[in-house]
Design a protein around this ligand. Structure first.
Ligand SMILES: [Cu+2]
Length: 404
């Protein structure tokens, strides 16, 4: 084994280590030494990677510019749209015509002759089962003196009949559709699979379902067929009172049920019946707002109480879209049960002035008025009063009326 080595022998370094010839590149201690060609390859790789990095950064910069450009264009389009509302596919809200307050010359006589919706809470049926029959019908209703509306409502008009049951009763609903199109009924008092119970009923058909009235309060019921906004606005709503167990609430002398709602009219309704106006409903610009379906009916025909009686208002806001800020002028709620929560009456409010009843919700309010007089009840969102959501509670044997 005396042949010469194939490469020059290593020479000692200053520290005595043995190094390869030439030491062109030295990696970590113990790394394999590189030759010139290795170094060139490495630099090529590094250059390539730097090139890719520059390209990627350039791409992101371009995307950011495109985003900014698009955002500017969108802002320009929004500004242009805001500055020049165009009729057509979108609603021109500025062109909506209000028929609020439209009235014939004999409006006062018509209001006096109007048979007001019975606000007094009817008795709850005895026994373990409450059988409720509801009939849906296309009817022309009066929503204000001389103002006719082609409603999709109930056999008796709008709202539907006040339903009164006791907590724990089984409620059997039978719904008959005498209208021209499919309808349904959704009970907020029910804990039930809506896809099974609240399905559409074809014209001429009936359907039944049952639910346990396990939660006390006052609840909305309404047609839930699409478009729900239109079915509710056309009159398909009502209230169900579920009495709590005896002794839970203070005993009352009078119980009144009020269903608040809005009407959106295509015309004034003084000649031909008005119909539903979708643009106004979307803009929440009602022509009329009512308690129990007719503007100001309890101004001409006040609800009554004797001085010192405890009067309970069971209020539902059927909407379809606007809340009711319930208030009785001249007094303060002795008890208010916001959202009609009667499950825990210790959470009731006392001595409060105005309580909101949300669209699709309820509220229960007790007043005890000692002084005889005329006490208006309103939604204190006062445009609602101008549009008809006002009534009077006449306490004692007093003369006259008062519109607020
Ligand atoms: Cu309906």
């Amino acid at each position: 084994m005396s042949s010469a080595p194939p490469v020059a022998p290593p020479r000692p370094s200053s520290n005595g280590d043995v190094r390869a010839q030439p030491p062109a590149f030295e990696g970590a201690k113990g790394a394999i030494p590189y030759k010139d060609s290795d170094a060139h390859a490495l630099w090529a790789v590094v250059s390539l990677m730097l090139g890719i990095l520059v390209a990627v950064l350039g791409f992101f910069a371009l995307m950011m510019w495109v985003d900014a450009h698009n955002a500017k264009n969108a802002a320009d389009r929004a500004a242009a749209k805001a500055s020049s509302a165009t009729p057509g596919a979108t609603s021109d809200l500025g062109a909506l015509k209000s028929y609020a307050g439209a009235a014939p010359s004999n409006a006062d006589a018509l209001a006096a002759a109007h048979k007001s919706f019975p606000a007094a809470l009817p008795a709850a049926p005895a026994g373990p089962v409450a059988n409720i029959n509801l009939v849906l019908k296309d009817v022309t209703v009066q929503i204000a003196p001389g103002v006719k509306y082609a409603a999709w409502a109930w056999a008796g008009g709008a709202p539907g009949p006040v339903i009164h049951v006791r907590q724990g009763q089984l409620v059997k609903i039978t719904l008959t559709n005498e209208g021209a199109i499919p309808h349904s009924v959704d009970f907020h008092a029910a804990r039930i699979a809506p896809d099974k119970a609240f399905g559409d009923v074809m014209p001429g058909k009936s359907v039944s379902y049952t639910f346990r009235a396990s939660d006390p309060g006052v609840f909305m019921y309404h047609c839930g067929t699409k478009p729900v906004l239109m079915h509710i606005a056309n009159g398909m709503y009502g209230a169900i009172v579920v009495d709590p167990k005896p002794g839970v609430l203070p005993p009352t002398d009078k119980n009144y049920v009020l269903v608040a709602s809005e009407w959106y009219l295509s015309a004034d309704g003084l000649g031909a019946p008005a119909q539903f106006n979708l643009d106004k409903a979307h803009a929440r610009m009602p022509d009329w707002m009512t308690f129990n379906g007719y503007a100001g009916q309890y101004v001409k025909h006040p609800l009554t109480a004797k001085p010192g009686e405890l009067v309970r208002f069971w209020v539902v806001d059927a909407g379809p879209s606007i809340d009711t800020d319930f208030h009785v002028v001249g007094t303060i709620f002795d008890n208010a049960y916001p959202f009609a929560d009667l499950s825990n009456p210790r959470s009731a409010l006392h001595n409060v002035q105005t309580v909101t009843v949300p669209a699709g919700g309820g509220g229960v309010f007790d007043v005890k008025i000692g002084k005889p007089g005329i006490y208006p009840f309103v939604s204190h969102a006062f445009a609602a009063v101008d549009e008809g959501q006002v009534g009077l509670l006449k306490v004692g044997n007093v003369e006259g009326t008062m519109s607020h």
